[in-house]
Write a protein that binds this ligand. Structure first.
Ligand SMILES: [Zn+2]
Ligand SMILES: [Zn+2]
Length: 354
């Protein structure tokens, strides 16, 4: 990350956070109650939604102070890219090798049938649930050579060098291939990225105006910082089930965080939220997988999903994943945490309905 001067950040007070959720009379009654409850409960230990912690010196907000963006402010943004019929498909474009067996073919009937790589299939399935109701398509994989992108071999840790791909040429490529019915196109890669020579790396970069973005999962790989190890998803077979699960969980979070930016959402400063800015892995893990009440309202407004059906489908997703993990899996089990969170959320919704 680039060096920037440190400036203090003060989290918004409870009243401001509550106002920012934007509870309008036309909102669904149960949804209003749920947003209200999660906002008010956010100070309690047992709450679903946690307040925004004071940023540490290495955290995003200490490095890049961000203005709060309430629901109202977001909704009134003129340049916001609205979801309209015929221009509502989210495209995901894999760049380079993910694993030896990575072969993505776009199938005439769309959806999963063409995605043979289990990691990519998982990302696709998760995105379909997160952006509930919008079509999501995985495009055929593009080899790195086709991009004519500038690359460099950079020391990412003492004695560990990784190939990095400059984002500029990827952006040009995406601009030219943007499908007619695309809401946005997001490129994903297992190569590390950098925007220009002044930076050591970026997790990802996007242009919401152009509806394109690229991001890398390289740094989620358990062997990324290990000298002599190859960063390929094939090598994941050598690591534990939990390490694999953690990598996939982190990648799903990056994917949904970056795509959510396309809906005009800035980094969230109200609560601990998927949309918090993230400067390092620990901060990223802390922000979790779920949207806070402010961001959830924005996304519900943009897509128009049924928030209960969405949470139920998410719960079923985690339930099926948990079946693949040992029964005695520990607290480290991210899927279990997400599953428990969703169960709690659905219980709260039930309370709101009575
Ligand atoms: Zn972001
Ligand atoms: Zn948020």
């Amino acid at each position: 990350m680039a060096e920037e001067e440190e400036k203090p950040f003060k989290p918004p007070c409870k009243a401001d956070a509550f106002d920012a959720v934007g509870l309008y009379p036309e909102l669904d009654k149960d949804f209003t109650k749920f947003l209200q409850r999660t906002t008010f409960d956010s100070q309690s230990e047992e709450s679903l939604i946690r307040p925004m912690p004071l940023p540490g010196p290495q955290d995003w907000l200490s490095r890049f102070p961000t203005d709060p963006e309430s629901f109202e402010k977001w909704e009134s943004r003129e340049e916001r890219n609205e979801v309209v019929v015929g221009k509502n498909t989210i495209y995901i474009l894999p760049i380079g090798e993910f694993s030896e067996q990575t072969r993505v073919e776009e199938h005439a009937t769309g959806k999963h049938s063409g995605v043979t790589d289990p990691f990519l299939a998982e990302l696709l399935e998760y995105a379909e649930i997160f952006f509930f109701g919008l079509p999501i398509k995985m495009l055929p994989r593009v080899p790195v050579e086709s991009l004519n992108a500038t690359t460099r071999n950079y020391e990412v840790a003492r004695g560990v060098k990784r190939d990095q791909l400059q984002t500029k040429e990827i952006f040009l490529f995406l601009l030219h291939m943007l499908p007619r019915d695309a809401y946005c196109v997001l490129a994903i890669t297992m190569m590390d990225l950098y925007p220009d020579r002044r930076w050591n790396f970026v997790f990802g970069q996007a242009s919401t105006r152009d509806r394109i973005g690229v991001f890398s999962f390289a740094r989620n790989h358990p062997d990324f910082f290990s000298a002599g190890k190859v960063v390929s998803l094939d090598k994941l077979s050598e690591v534990s089930v939990l390490a694999k699960q953690l990598m996939t969980w982190r990648s799903c979070n990056i994917l949904t965080h970056e795509i959510t930016h396309m809906f005009g959402l800035e980094h969230c400063v109200y609560f601990s939220c998927l949309m918090n800015g993230r400067n390092h892995e620990e901060e990223s893990d802390r922000s979790g997988s779920f949207l806070c009440p402010v961001c959830l309202h924005k996304m519900q407004h943009a897509i128009g999903f049924d928030f209960v059906a969405r949470y139920k489908t998410m719960l079923a997703f985690y339930e099926s994943r948990l079946a693949t993990v040992d029964e005695d899996s520990t607290e480290e089990d991210r899927y279990k945490k997400c599953y428990n969170w969703l169960q709690k959320a659905l219980k709260l919704i039930q309370e709101c309905q009575t």
